[in-house]
Design a protein around this ligand. Structure first.
Ligand code: URA
Length: 243
């Protein structure tokens, strides 16, 4: 069944009718490769390929993205003054409801999952499910055997909050380590080291549950999750995989 192009793009959350009209005027929208000149052009979205700025419009129910977050951007959906992780995404991925799953500090880099599926993110974040997160960190001094033991026993933060037992895996260098935690308290990794009198100089998230940072993904770049990655996340979240 054919529908107006501006309605199709509007319903998918690409923008308002007025914005879409403006993009059409700027010759940024194509249908099957042909530039659209009329925002009301009838299209058959499931049979034809629509694109905005050369990026194909997708009709999947949910969008899931893996972003290599660079340092210097906020994990937020909007901010008046500072750039956010959403600002890094091409227009065609800025759907309503797209949000980061959890938070990385402004100076932290690495894996950030973004999804439109609120139930998925809730289940991946709830402390009840113990979805583990792995970080690479560089510290201001060498690690000691007592540090591994303290992480394994469960660290009490300066605020008095108690962390669940975590893994501290030293190396490759004397001041480098990987940390695996099963919760996501505010500044947790930095505060765990602080409690031991150490300072984290650099922090990068490598993994969240079954999802790993893609080594081919440059900082600031996102890609859609593969089908296998999506399925593994839904299994981790205890949700049925989407047929
Ligand atoms: N722990 C931190 O201290 N910061 C992060 O960004 C993530 C985990």
């Amino acid at each position: 069944m054919s529908q107006r192009l501006d309605k199709v793009l509007g319903n998918l959350g690409y923008g308002s009718r007025r914005e879409i009209k403006e993009w059409v005027r700027q010759r940024r929208v194509t249908v099957d490769g042909a530039i659209v000149t009329d925002p009301g052009q009838p299209v058959e979205p499931h049979r034809q390929t629509l694109a905005v700025d050369g990026a194909a419009v997708r009709y999947t129910l949910h969008l899931h993205l893996l972003l290599h977050k660079p340092a210097g951007v906020l994990t937020a959906t909007a901010d008046r003054r500072q750039s956010t992780v959403l600002d890094l995404l091409p227009m065609s991925w800025r759907r309503p409801g797209l949000h980061p799953v959890g938070r990385l500090d402004k100076d932290t880099e690495g894996l950030l999952l973004l999804t439109t599926d609120g139930e998925l993110s809730h289940r991946l974040l709830t402390p009840k499910r113990h979805v583990d997160k792995e970080y690479y960190c560089r510290l201001n001094g060498p690690l000691a055997a007592e540090d591994m033991a303290a992480f394994a026993a469960g660290i009490t933060l300066g605020s008095g909050e108690e962390c669940r037992p975590a893994q501290l895996l030293p190396g490759p260098g004397q001041t480098e380590a990987r940390v695996i935690i099963v919760e996501g308290m505010y500044h947790q990794v930095k505060r765990m080291f602080q409690a031991l009198g150490r300072e984290v100089l650099y922090l990068k998230r490598l993994r969240m549950g079954p999802l790993r940072l893609d080594p081919d993904l440059a900082p600031g770049v996102a890609r859609e999750l593969t089908r296998a990655e999506v399925d593994n996340l839904y299994v981790e979240a205890g949700l049925p995989t989407v047929p």
